[in-house]
Design a protein around this ligand. Sequence first.
Ligand code: 4AD
Ligand code: MG
Length: 476
Amino acid sequence: MSYTVSQLLTQDIAFQPIEIKGWVRTFRANRFIALNDGSTLHNIQCVVDFENTDENTLKRITTGAAVHIKGELVESQGKGQKVEIQVTSIAILGDSDPDEYPIQPKKHTFEFLRENAHLRTRTNTFSAVMRLRSSLSFAIHKYFNENEFYYMHTPIVTGSDAEGAGEMFRVSALDPKNPPLDDDGNINYKEDFFGKETNLTVSGQLEAETYAMSLGKVYTFGPTFRAENSNTSRHLAEFWMIEPEVAFMDLAGNMDLAEDFMKSVLSYVLEHNQDDLEFLEKRLLDEEKTKPQAERSEMSLIEKIKFVVDNNFKRVSYTEAIEILRNCKPNKKKKFNYIIEEWGADLQSEHERFLVEKHFKCPVILFDYPANIKAFYMRLNEDGKTVRAMDILFPGIGEMVGGSQREERLDVLKEKMKALDIPEEELWWYLDLRKYGTAVHSGFGLGFERLVMFATGMGNIRDVIPYPRTPQNAEF
Ligand code: 4AD
Ligand code: MG
C-alpha cells in the first residue's frame, strides 16, 4: 500500500509492507534519509540497508532527489521519531545534482527563496505557510457554506472603472504598435476585442451586490488586481479577496458578520494546523530575537491568534479615533509623518497601527468615516457628512478588511455619482438594483494574503502567495 508521510506518522499501520514517494531532505551516514512529501511538516526517517544497496543508487540519494521507497514501518531505534521505515528497496525517480540544487539543508534568506519561488515550498517555512493558506481557504468556504451563503464567481475582466478602489490594468487585444485611432487621434477601443475599454477587476463587489439582491447571501473569493506602484510589505498587484454581500443587513450586522467570520476561520487553523503553527511560531520567535526588545511582540504567534478568537473587536467611530489620534504623544511630538490636525483627515497606516498596536492593543473596527474619503457607493448617514463604512485594523498588519452598508436610495446614489463624474450609463445595471426592489444591504472585502500574514506571522506579503506580482516583478 502507498501512503503519505502524514498517514504513516498518525495512523496505526506498523509492521506492514508500505510504499512511499517523496523528496530527500537529507541523507546522512549513507544510511538515514529524511524524506518529505509535503503532506506534513515532518519528515519520515527511512533507514537504508547500505550493505545490500548498490553503490550507484546510494550515490544518487541526494538532497532534492525524488525517490520511491518500499519497506516496513517499525518503531524507531533512534531518538527524535517514534516510527521509521526500514527500507527494503529504493528507486530513484528523479535525480537532483547536490551541487546545483538551490535548496540546501541550511538557512536561506527569504529574498533568495523568492527568486527560487518554484522550489521554496521544499522548505519547512514555505510548506507550512502554503498548507496554512490552503487550510484558511477551505475554512472560508466552509464558513460561508454552513451559513447559507452562495459562492459566486464575479468577472475578472471588467468594463466598468467605477469602483475607484485603485489604478487598473488595461486588458486589450489591440496591436500596441499600431492601434486603430478615432477621428480625434485617440485609440479607438470600439475596435478592441470587447468593443470597449476593459480592465482587470479591482473588486467583485458591484457584481456581488446584484446577486445579493436576488440570492440573499453571497460571497466571492477570487483574484483582484491593482496597478498601484506600492512597494510595501503589505501590497500586491494581484491579490485574492473574499467579498461577502448580504441583503437586508445593515452596518452593525456587517461588523458582526466580519468578526464572527474571522474568528471562525482562525479557530479552524488553530484546530487543524497545529504542527505548522508551532513551527511558524518558533520561526517568528527566532526572528524576533534579532530585533531590539521594544519591537518584539508581547505574544507568540499562537497566542496572538487565540487572542483574536477569544476577544471582542473594539468598535470605534472615525470621530472618536481622530480625537484619540489628535491627542496622542506621537502626534503632539510630531513623530507621525502625517500630523492629524482636524476631522476629515484620511488615516495613514502609521495612524491605524498606533490605534491597534499602541492604544487599543486588539483588532479595531473603525466606522462612520467622512464621506469624501470613501467610495461613492457607501450609505450616507443622516448627518450628511459621514458614511456607513467600516475598516477592520489588525495588529501587525493594519487594514485587513474594508466594507460598508451600501447606498440603497436611488436619488442619493445618483447625486453622489454626479458629484464624482461617474457616468450613469456605465452603471445602469447597478442603479437598476435601486429601482427594482431596493433594500438595505452590506458587505465587505477581506484581503486574503493579509489574513494569511496574520495567521502565519510572516512579515512580507510576497511570502504568503505562491507567485507574488509586484511592481517590476512577474517572474514564474
Ligand atoms: O478596502 P478595499 O479597497 O475594499 C474594496 O475593494 C471593497 N470593494 C470591498 C467590499 O466592500 N466588498 O480592499 C479590501 C481589502 C483591504 O482591506 C485589504 O485587506 C485588501 O483588500 N487589499 C490588498 N491586499 C493586498 N494588496 C493590495 N494592493 C490590496 N489592496 C487592498
Ligand atoms: Mg480600504
